[in-house]
Design a binder for this molecule. Structure first.
Ligand SMILES: Cc1cc2nc3c(=O)[nH]c(=O)nc-3n(C[C@H](O)[C@H](O)[C@H](O)COP(=O)(O)OP(=O)(O)OC[C@H]3O[C@@H](n4cnc5c(N)ncnc54)[C@H](O)[C@@H]3O)c2cc1C
Length: 492
């Protein structure tokens, strides 16, 4: 740990976003320190993106092989759970952050381990453990950036906390396959973890109050639900959990913690070995001294487009010294979008510190304009979902004159070659006034790698007439673009 206590920039939270804010500030000629109370690399590296995708990939590869006669015959068994866990453990470096600490070092960023807390303007106290003697006070010459992310929200259901409910952390770091798993929730984490554990052999029951993946186009959730059900997952719709209790002691490998009985709000009971609460995220800002600068403890931090924190009256807080970047500002809870914000924030902090020009007009280099209209996301279920921009319903709510073009991806020659019986759907949402695409959703095997083309079209506001000249290669699934454009019709 460095003896230095004054820096140009202090970043609290060394997740992917904090690392990038600090890196860009250093590249801009500033000094930077990061404060981290757990692992450098954050939720994404150890309990979210990396382990979840590591757990999903083997099942996806197996399904891909099964969908191609000739390869199918080589598949003689299911995925090997212990090998899956071992590869996941390796990809998360066994929950050690030496590699990422080395990266910070190489990037010229200092690290203070401990809990960061604001104590006033440009001042951060770092509490390392319980010993007050270990507390260090850091001051920032220019900016403090809060990049503390989120924690899983556990619903206030009687008994749930006592049974040792799983959150996304326990699910993504699991070292065994429960025989029976209940998943509460219908969002991305619920859908992906149901896919993982069904593929590993658990009897999964998905408990949904509303729809599955209902922030996306409706057909996406429908296709994933049908596939989960065909993989043996039981989907219970319109039910919640009223109570949870452990009713049986540990009983062997599939149930090391004993049976949990869930009482549903319709009075039925469900016995399982583990329960995963995938019911949303809360701001990681509790106990961070936000009150010392007039903000509320535990709240999400609202920001302007350059990521400066706004005061309760909507104006920039103070002289604009406090930034909130990534999940904590609740704009978009995705790593790539947080890192995009971080590049803008680190650059603008450096520009402001040096009295340079700030490019804060829409799509300028110091703002995160894409957060509003062009957020890409891949959901790694079976089938995969890739989406960017607005759904048809969102575009209509925004008052845009839209035309919705749908096409079955399986009807594209490249898809039929890719997998026997390829099933998937594409939707393109076009603003008919401007004749540009404002949203695309692709659902089908391996579409995750296709969505970036759509992102370029949406961000670039490429006119449909020009897209006709972007010719997809034959025979690839990308020919879906040609089919969507033909269905729309060539503008004259
Ligand atoms: C199961 C799951 C799967 C996901 N999969 C994907 C995916 O495939 N793709 C994708 O784009 N997104 C995914 N996400 C979302 C992604 O994980 C987040 O968007 C991303 O981690 C946000 O990065 P961040 O740096 O803002 O916060 P975090 O990654 O949460 O990092 C915040 C850091 O701040 C630290 N911290 C918090 N408070 C303090 C404090 N007071 N003092 C010091 N340190 C502090 C924390 O310990 C942590 O290291 C997934 C999320 C989950 C839960």
């Amino acid at each position: 740990m460095s003896e230095q206590t004054e820096y140009d920039v202090i970043v609290i939270g060394a997740g992917p976003v904090g690392e990038n804010v600090a890196d860009r500030a250093v590249q801009g000629g500033l000094s930077a320190v990061i404060v981290e109370h757990q692992l450098v690399g954050g939720e994404c590296s150890y309990w979210a993106c990396t382990p979840s995708k590591a757990l999903l990939r083997p099942g996806s590869v197996r399904r891909a092989a099964l969908s191609v006669p000739g390869a199918r015959e080589a598949v003689t068994g299911g995925v090997d759970a212990q090998a899956v866990f071992a590869r996941r453990n390796e990809l998360v470096a066994d929950w050690h952050d030496d590699g990422q600490v080395g990266w910070l070092d190489g990037a010229g960023i200092d690290l203070h381990r401990g809990h960061g807390r604001l104590t006033g303007v440009r001042t951060v106290e770092v509490l390392a453990g319980d010993d007050p003697a270990g507390t260090v006070t850091l001051t920032a010459r220019h900016a403090v950036a809060i990049c503390t992310g989120t924690t899983a929200t556990v619903p206030d259901i009687p008994g749930l906390a006592e049974i040792g409910v799983w959150t996304s952390r326990e699910a993504t770091s699991a070292q065994y396959v429960p025989d029976r798993l209940a998943v509460i929730g219908g969002g991305v984490v619920a859908a992906e973890m149901a896919t993982v554990f069904a593929g590993l052999g658990s009897a999964v029951t998905l408990l949904l109050r509303g729809g599955l993946l209902d922030r996306l186009e409706p057909f996406a959730g429908d296709l994933v639900a049908a596939s989960l059900e065909s993989a043996g997952v039981t989907i219970r719709r319109g039910v919640g959990v009223a109570r949870a209790e452990r009713v049986a002691p540990p009983a062997g490998d599939g149930s090391p913690h004993g049976t949990v009985r869930l009482t549903l709000d319709n009075g039925e009971t469900l016995d399982v070995d583990e329960v995963l609460a995938a019911t949303g995220r809360s701001a990681s800002s509790r106990g961070m001294g936000l009150q010392s600068v007039g903000l509320s403890d535990g709240s999400w931090l609202t920001v302007d487009d350059t990521m400066r924190v706004l005061d309760t009256d909507g104006s920039v807080l103070g002289d604009g010294w406090l930034y909130a970047v990534g999940d904590i500002n609740h704009r978009v809870l995705l790593t790539h979008q947080g890192k995009y914000q971080a590049r803008a924030a680190g650059d603008v902090i450096a520009a402001r510190a040096k009295g340079g020009v700030v490019h804060d007009d829409p799509w300028g280099s110091h703002v995160a304009t894409a957060d509003h209209a062009a957020v890409p996301q891949v959901v790694f279920t079976d089938p995969e979902i890739g989406s960017v921009g607005l759904t048809a319903a969102e575009a209509q709510r925004a008052g845009l004159p839209v035309r919705v073009i749908d096409y079955q991806i399986g009807d594209v020659a490249g898809a039929a070659l890719h997998a026997k019986g390829y099933t998937g759907q594409a939707r393109m949402v076009v603003d008919t006034d401007r004749e540009v695409i404002v949203g695309v959703t692709l659902v089908g095997p391996d579409v995750g790698e296709l969505i970036h083309a759509a992102t370029v079209a949406v961000v670039g506001e490429v006119p449909i007439s020009r897209l006709w000249h972007a010719v997809p290669s034959y025979p690839t699934i990308s020919e879906i673009w040609l089919r969507l454009l033909e269905t729309y019709g060539r503008p004259t």
